[in-house]
Design a protein around this ligand. Sequence first.
Ligand code: LMR
Length: 398
Amino acid sequence: MPFFNNISLLPPDPILNLSIDFSLDQNPQKINLSAGTYKTADGHSLVFTSVRKAEIDLLQKHLNKDYQPIEGNSVFLKNSLELLFGSDHALFTNKKFFAVQTVGGTSALRLGGEFLNKLTCQKIFISQPSWPNHKQVFEKTGLKIDSYPYFDFNAYKLNFSGMCQAIRQMPTGSVILLHGCCHNPSGVDPTFEQWKELSQLIKKHELIPFFDIAYQGFGKDLELDAQPIRYFASEGHEMLIAYSFSKNFGLYGERVGFLTVVTSQQKQIPSIASQLKVLIRANYSNPPLQGARIVSTILSSPELTEEWKIELKNMRDRVVEMRKTFIASLLVKGEDKNLNYLQQQIGLFGFCGLNYSQVNRLRKEFAIYIPSDGRINIAGLNTQNIEYVVNAISSVME
Ligand code: LMR
């Protein structure tokens, strides 16, 4: 008897599938501005020189391929936490946290969601809009999904009052998912003053902040991008942080990230650790070796760290430059709608108000691939393709 006859067909992934469609497109002018990956000035993927050096170093060490501990590589975790919090954060004195290496940022979100659902929480509130995968990841954890207003599509800016209003109405004990920096897809973050207000409000309404940070170093700089999370931690929130090394080390396919649970009671750490370890063991058993080894090799070496920071800064500078050129070229074309907003965005993405049918026209008429929410990966622009992109956008916006 056939068992698999009634399986329903699900839609393809709204971001990752675009790169497949792109690779099949025969148009020689095709441009892929979909997934948030960095491209060089001549349009290629980039492997950091610091990463290559770390790989050579690792190869020469003839390391074993044994299983890792369930929580992952301890040196990697120490280095990563210091990168996120700064080495002198009070968190390290109090030791009220437990961190585990994960399979990229996505499995950190999934693991955190499962942990929360199993132990305390029922509902998670996600910004509207957000990375499309957030909803899907948290649905799989059993948490109920709700949203809070984040971006005002009429005024083209952060809807801070709407966000605060929604927070006031969230049931006690709910989780609020926050983007640590470089909000995906809008590129607009609260100011530091607004983060402080959010911290107060979240505490007052007894919510659990869950930060997703995937772009540290791509916004303002490594330190400023971590400031909101450092602040929340110093304010004593019990919270979770999912971190991805895909972008800031260019280790996309290595799948390396971590999850940290911060608690108010140190005595809870062994229980928290035990719960996380059982969830990991029942899922992927223990995390992969190589990505964590690369990150820890770089962050354990002052020379490689310096080289990596310079490489990261150069990438950030190129994206900032491309954003400026993009805005200037749109202005020349007479497009002034939302440009002021585009100027204020940070990170890889640009959100300039293209609707679903305009996105489809970009793809069909110009072979330019962006997700249906109109998000543009500014890091995919370069001096050779920007004019073509701007002309195409102008044409579909007419
Ligand atoms: C993106 O938002 O484009 C990236 O985070 C890639 C992904 O996994 O969706």
